[in-house]
Design a binder for this molecule. Structure first.
Ligand SMILES: Cc1cc2nc3c(=O)[nH]c(=O)nc-3n(C[C@H](O)[C@H](O)[C@H](O)COP(=O)(O)OP(=O)(O)OC[C@H]3O[C@@H](n4cnc5c(N)ncnc54)[C@H](O)[C@@H]3O)c2cc1C
Length: 313
């Protein structure tokens, strides 16, 4: 159903919300999901708008990644969000994909994102209704990785999401929404959160704060991140560093952020700290073009954001 109003969206009994469809359509085609009640939400006005109001940036969940990436307000005050949106997938996908769909995208794994025929030679995994993780057979949970680029940036700015669940509308931290989504998404692919994301909001950064996003992927023009980082420093609130594509949800690097605030610390010390912290927090698995050992070598890519310490970059 193509919804035109919030009432139409909320009338559906067991809905699966669709933004641009770029993530979910291949899953439906490959029969890893068999959702029936598809509700296309991206034309509903409540899910649109990019504006600064009462100390916050408000970002409709139905806004296209392209529009976010070129928006002057976002580029000026929340640059990591614009950069992440502009680095996601390819121009064609960014023209259709929505920020709500980007945050609620399925976690991915080389055993799962395959055709039904390919998968028929293997036991069912957690994400397809079985009782094993084919990546880490002794893991009690699915270890597929969450690759959203924009999530890393939204978490950098401690953004919140306005959600409707069981008819109740409320604001929840994006980190909490992703943690719940990640858990539900790892049980069985058909068990998604019955949550509608309406919009996001992120507080206006304090004067003097500098921030940015960096993504490393195999092909710069179209690819999921092998790793991504978002970093903020300067200004009056604590520095913050977030890393994505390393675990079932983005991870906040508190020790690295703490070291970032020490003006005496050399860049090499910060990178060593980041590497040490990611060794504890990351949960690498086998990916299409990289082994866990090689992935650990990518932790140094935080270096691309370190010029922000001195106001460069
Ligand atoms: C070739 C290719 C490359 C890609 N590269 C990247 C990449 O580099 N970085 C990256 O982050 N992603 C990437 N993606 C993943 C994905 O396509 C994009 O992240 C895109 O932003 C998804 O948005 P969408 O609106 O198309 O989502 P959809 O496919 O419409 O939805 C995705 C999920 O979100 C749910 N959903 C959608 N809207 C809402 C809402 N308002 N409320 C609640 N749930 C909702 C859907 O039910 C579905 O489960 C790539 C995909 C492809 C096919």
């Amino acid at each position: 159903m193509l919804a035109k109003t919030m009432e139409e969206i909320l009338r559906a009994e067991h809905p699966t919300y669709i933004g641009g469809g770029t993530d979910i359509m291949p899953l439906l085609k490959n029969h890893v999901r068999n959702d029936q009640d598809l509700v296309f939400v991206s034309e509903v006005p409540d899910l649109h708008g990019i504006e600064e109001k009462e100390g916050y940036l408000y970002l409709g969940a139905g806004e296209r990644l392209y529009d976010i990436s070129v928006n002057d307000l976002v580029k000026e005050k929340w640059p990591a969000i614009a950069q992440a949106a502009g680095a996601t997938a390819s121009p064609q996908i960014r023209n259709i994909a929505t920020v709500g769909g980007n945050i609620m995208q399925d976690r991915r794994c080389i055993y799962f994102n395959q055709s039904r025929y390919w998968r028929s030679g293997l036991p069912l995994c957690f994400k397809t209704g079985g009782k094993v993780c084919l990546q880490i057979p002794n893991s009690p949970v699915c270890r597929a990785i969450y690759y959203s680029d924009v999530a890393t940036a939204l978490m950098l700015y401690e953004a919140e999401a306005e959600c409707v669940e069981n008819g109740q509308r409320s604001w929840v931290p994006v980190a909490e929404l992703i943690a719940r989504h990640s858990q539900a998404n790892g049980l069985a692919c058909s068990q998604h959160l019955p949550v509608l994301v309406v919009r996001f909001r992120a507080p206006v950064p304090p004067e003097g704060e500098r921030s940015g996003f960096y993504k490393y992927a195999m092909r710069a023009t179209i690819d999921f991140p092998l790793i991504n980082f978002a970093l903020r420093c300067g200004g009056s609130r604590p520095a913050r560093v977030v890393a994505g594509a390393v675990a079932p949800e983005p991870v906040v690097l508190e020790e690295t952020a703490h070291m970032l605030e020490n003006s005496q610390a050399a860049d090499e010390e910060i990178l060593a700290c980041c590497e040490g912290e990611l060794k504890k927090l990351a949960k690498p698995i086998k990916e299409a073009c990289i082994s866990p050992a090689l992935k650990r070598g990518l932790y140094q890519y935080l270096s691309f954001l370190l010029p922000l310490r001195k106001g460069n970059g």
